[in-house]
Design a protein around this ligand. Structure first.
Ligand code: PGA
Length: 253
């Protein structure tokens, strides 16, 4: 049995809408070069903007850094101007795709049902969906954090996936890009809750990897990665700096 504790941690960089060809390629190469020189104790993933995927895939080929998309459409193909299909991501060299990031949920009005459909479509293409959940500041202040996360998990995580076919990212909305993070005990509470909720729904005894995301940086990564049931990090701002991203990977040792 491969339990989450037996799995390597996953450190994933979400570049969001940042990166042009020259600096994006340089950043990807810098991460790949560090990973080649000193095998990290964790799995590494970068999720650049879609325009850079194919070129970065070529630069990463044969190395230790995997490639992921930041979103995909719930349908396989068709008249969806401006959208990207899971098959296109796969074709560009992706192994993972983020779905249900809070910026998509808020800015593009994505529902749990849509997120679930995206995750299923991604899985259908052999991609590993990283399903994001997280409470707002108002929800936490109202004592509703676990209820909100429970509802998001119930409605946006597909049933029937195996532990290695899915990743969950707990990202408190109020921690994203703010420099504020929950206390380790608060992260532990939510991750234990997610772990328990998924155990009932995942086909095996193992649990999928549970990432923490929201203002992870080189300074706080060791404390956050040491929390029980934290199997890695989803990193935004700090993933745009190769040294900071690498320091977070090192914190998984
Ligand atoms: P941040 O973003 O690390 O910049 O807070 C995390 C995320 O949105 O995935």
């Amino acid at each position: 049995m491969v339990g989450a504790s037996a799995m390597r941690k996953l450190v994933a960089g979400n570049w969001k809408m940042n990166g042009l060809r020259a600096d994006g390629l340089a950043l990807a190469r810098a991460v790949a070069d560090r990973a080649a020189a000193a095998a990290p104790d964790c799995d590494l993933l970068i999720c650049p903007p879609a325009t850079l995927l194919a070129e970065i895939a070529a630069a990463l080929r044969g190395g230790r850094v995997a490639l992921g998309g930041q979103d995909c459409h719930a349908e396989a193909k068709g008249a969806h101007t401006g959208d990207i299909s899971a098959e296109m991501l796969k074709d560009a060299g992706c192994v993972y795709v983020i779905v249900g990031h809070s910026e998509r949920r808020a800015n593009h009005h994505e529902s749990d049902a849509l997120v679930r459909a995206k995750a299923l479509t991604a899985r259908g293409q052999g991609l590993i969906p990283i399903v994001c959940v997280g409470e707002t500041a108002a929800e936490r202040d109202a004592g509703r954090t676990l209820a909100v996360i429970g509802a998001q998990l119930a409605a946006s995580v597909p049933d029937g996936l195996g532990a290695t076919e899915l990743v969950i990212a707990y990202e408190p909305v109020w921690a994203i890009g703010t420099g504020r993070t929950p206390r380790p005990a608060e992260v532990a509470e939510v991750h234990a809750f997610i772990h328990g909720a998924l155990r009932k729904r995942i086909a095996e005894a193992a649990s999928p990897r549970l990432l923490y995301g929201g203002s992870v940086n080189a300074g706080n990564a060791a404390d956050l990665m040491a929390v029980a049931n934290v199997d890695g990090a989803l990193v935004g701002g700090a993933s745009l700096d190769a040294a900071a991203f690498w320091a977070i990977a090192e914190a998984c040792r």
